[in-house]
Design a binder for this molecule. Sequence first.
Ligand SMILES: Nc1nc2c(ncn2[C@@H]2O[C@H](COP(=O)(O)OP(=O)(O)O)[C@@H](O)[C@H]2O)c(=O)[nH]1
Ligand SMILES: [Mg+2]
Length: 201
Amino acid sequence: MVSEHSDATGGDPTALALKILVAGGFGVGKTTLVGAVSEIRPLRTEELLSEVGQSVDDTDGVDQKVTTTVAMDFGRITIRAGLSLYLFGTPGQDRFWFLWDELSQGALGAVVLADTRRLEDCFPAVDYFEHRHIPFVVAVNCFAGARSYDTQEVERALDLDHGTPVVLCDARDRDSGKEVLIRLVEYAGRMHTARLLDSVG
Ligand SMILES: Nc1nc2c(ncn2[C@@H]2O[C@H](COP(=O)(O)OP(=O)(O)O)[C@@H](O)[C@H]2O)c(=O)[nH]1
Ligand SMILES: [Mg+2]
């Protein structure tokens, strides 16, 4: 949240701006991650959990969460000169599934945030990206008080395709979030290149 450029590319015509999705279950830290890494004041569409929402949104294991993202989070981060990422946090609740197809148009890849206390909450996101062949990394948001698992245990528990990266992170920490995004860009870059070579070979 430092500089405010009017243009992400800084006027450089060779600069790349890539679209990244941030997905995962309700209360896993998507809004936190986008807010922690974004250089622009992140755009949020949050709404106080309504009486009605309270009965629908499962807040077990989510401490002091009083707002919920109804549409999406949006932020931007410069990875290095000439490469910036636009981050789109996907809505966590099932009732907003219809937004995903539009959000995923033109996306380089996705970060699926996971909380090991409620690992099953990220199954829908994992399934979604696997079915659509959208490269993703699983980022385990290490909440205090959650038993720690190593990345291989998470990989096995989620039955991930071989090679899908699993990284541990702290969604509140800018450097940690940035590291996750760099892993994704590298991985998605390799996947897209391999597919391109496949299609011409
Ligand atoms: N202790 C801890 N709390 C976190 C972390 N990430 C998010 N939170 C808190 O968990 C709650 C849910 O996070 P939020 O980003 O709103 O989740 P979202 O529903 O995925 O957007 C918020 O109260 C955050 O402050 C984390 O890494 N550690
Ligand atoms: Mg949110």
